[in-house]
Design a binder for this molecule. Sequence first.
Ligand SMILES: [Zn+2]
Ligand SMILES: [Zn+2]
Length: 177
Amino acid sequence: MSQDQELSDDQRIEALYQAGYDIAQICKNGHIINTEANLQPQHNQWYCSRCGAECIARCPACKMFIRGEYLHNNHSLNLGFTRPKFCANCGDAYPWTKIAIQTAKELADELDSLTDDEKAILKQSIDGIVKDTPQTKIAATRFAKLMVKGGKEAASIAKEVLVDVMSEVAKKTIFPS
Ligand SMILES: [Zn+2]
Ligand SMILES: [Zn+2]
């Protein structure tokens, strides 16, 4: 999908329409490639130099650009960029969020110390800890309990996989230190 990488004039207009944000280019695994993909297209990459995955600048579901740096008079305010988990336009999870959830659920299926029911609850809780909702804390508590039963090694893999897509509330509940 070449239109994801090569920004046309139409796309620039659409980008400006986006409340003063530049466009972010991120690889499908979640490596941040360029947070000013429109102003500084020389830093764009077709494929990620760290993992080889395709780089995207739009939501695959609705095609809206991924918000990059916040701009003032066409200059970045360098407020710091936080990689989004969900599309602000359609609410779909971005590929890196989906990959992390999927990977963690596959890990849950591998945990022989859990019953099938417990595996199902653990997988449900993984969906719950990614989102900031009133249920996040409950999901995080369930997740933490079942990961204790799942074993130390699995818990540390799960942390690595999920830490960047977990909600802050869930992080504090699961890793209080
Ligand atoms: Zn990558
Ligand atoms: Zn979208």
